[in-house]
Write a protein of this length. Structure first.
Length: 96
């Protein structure tokens, strides 16, 4: 057998494909939610502070925003980062 590996049907084996998302598609901006969580004591402390599961805190980090306004206010108070930076995008009024 040759040094190059072949599959059962005789084709050369290519590079293994992964299921990871493509890199470089997100805009490079600082994740202020992650910074606020670290300043407030970490995911476990923030979960206890807000009364949510720790997994919910990791979802906030991945989405770069806190969905619940009450949780965003608690996190802003504990970390010192303004709530406007944690709550996501503002809602735009509809033009009539």
């Amino acid at each position: 057998m040759s040094p190059e590996s072949t599959s059962r049907v005789g084709r050369k084996m290519g590079r293994r494909k992964t299921s990871a998302p493509p890199r470089g598609r997100k805009a490079q901006r600082p994740n202020l939610v992650a910074a606020a969580i670290e300043l407030a004591g970490g995911p476990t402390a923030v979960a206890a502070l807000c009364g949510v599961h720790r997994q919910s805190v990791y979802v906030w980090i991945n989405e770069c925003k806190v969905e619940s306004l009450v949780d965003a206010l608690n996190l802003a108070k504990a970390s010192g980062i303004p709530v406007e930076k944690l709550a996501g995008e503002p809602i735009q009024p509809k033009n009539r």
